[in-house]
Design a protein around this ligand. Sequence first.
Ligand code: GDG
Length: 492
Amino acid sequence: MTPDQTADRPGSTHRFDLVVAANRLPVDRVEAPDGSTSWQRSPGGLVTAMESVMQGRDGVWIGWSGEAGDAPEPFDDSGIRLHPVALSAQEIQHYYEGFSNDTLWPIYHDVIVPAHFHRTWWAAYERVNRRFAEVIAELAAPGATVWIHDYQLQLAPAYVRDLRPDVRIGWFDHIPFPPVELFAQLPWRRPILQGLLGADFLGFQRKADADNFVRACRRLLDLPTRSGQVTVGIGDSERLVRAAAVPISIDVASLADLARTPAVQARAREIRDSLGNPETLLLGVDRLDYTKGIRHRLKAVEELLREGRLANPGTVFVQVATPSRGRVEAYRQLRTEIERTVGRINGEFASIGSVVVQYLHQSYGRAEMAALYLAADVMLVTPLRDGMNLVAKEYVTARVDDGGALVLSEFTGAWHELRTAYVTNPHDIDGLKDVIVAAISDSRQVRRRRMRAMRKRVADHDVNAWAGRFLDLLARDSGPADGSRSGGSTTS
Ligand code: GDG
């Protein structure tokens, strides 16, 4: 979409009933061969979910465009008003790559790699959160609903409340919320909690994440808490902040429809053909991130090959590792390590014309992803820690044939819903190997039964249900702080 399509949109004085704020806008600027540029929708269920709730509701989405420097003018895309927020090149380094991805991300994912603390990064994080809050305050209609997303914007709820006490503020955490023992390492632990407590309602992927947040408020701020709620302020300014699990999902209908198209079905067969029609096609699809357990997965496959429990020819492991955060050192190191391991495995076990590990450091379109899901006999989702993991939900949804098998780490949010997956602790390499073998060798009936149960669960809890539930919980009256009326529900 281009900015000129905003011509018939409300002018700059228009205020919106629903204001969504996320670090990124749901679009990327793409350049055509002739040098002209346009905006393209980023893939992902969040955009679809927001589209369905925003289109009927006079909504605006506030976020960074993905490029350094001045923000483009606000514009429309698929009926959603998009309002870019500017980030300088240094703010991208300090607020985004630094504080968000090299301080918070490791702390919130069990410190799988060490977190780095820099006061200059924190200053940028505060500044950018304040900038987002100012735009939110400017664009929100009286009494509007404000929905802020994720760990990059934890201070914005309190800043918005200061500027606009009339609006209702929700925040959703896409990643885990860490146990207080890890969270307490953050030099800025108190202002972060105070920032979040500006919200009326906080949504998390799992009940354990909501509980971790509430416990941190009790331990680090000394606030009165009970299950799923924190009391802030005193006297007339006393209010309840509610915290509950609202697990995110995917756009089930559109992915299942895509997987049923003849083109995608044919492409799935073509993928298998081009790999030499292996007996077993294993698949991994992840952003190249140390939280995803790609190294553990490769180690398990390597050992299975060495032990002869998997054989080449006969087995192919396709690992799509989408490029991610390549300017953060821990991600560069991980990439080097993974590529070295893939080379070693292929060096030892491949033969001319048949690699064992097909490693693809690339991004693919939705149709290609659906075809890969349909082609795979076993999907390996083995994160060491993951808020939800949408790939697991996408895989089962794409299996419109009830085929395939899902190996799923117990450290994902998805495991709390997909209980008939082949569960694994990815740190236990021997256990992971046994689970992979079981997923390959169980009878067709057993695998289909497991797959059907997971497909039903995801179909009954799609992304629209998620967005609807979040907004319902946000809209609910908190009730008096003495707890005589209950706040939001907490589910696992
Ligand atoms: C965070 C949390 C939580 C990946 N490669 C391609 C591609 N993808 C898509 C997948 C999936 C999405 O990206 C990745 O989502 P995940 O949930 O697996 O992981 P994160 O990016 O870490 O997301 C996570 C999520 O937020 C939502 O709350 O589940 O726990 O970490 O949709 O399909 N899509 C396309 N081409 C690719 O190459 N089209």
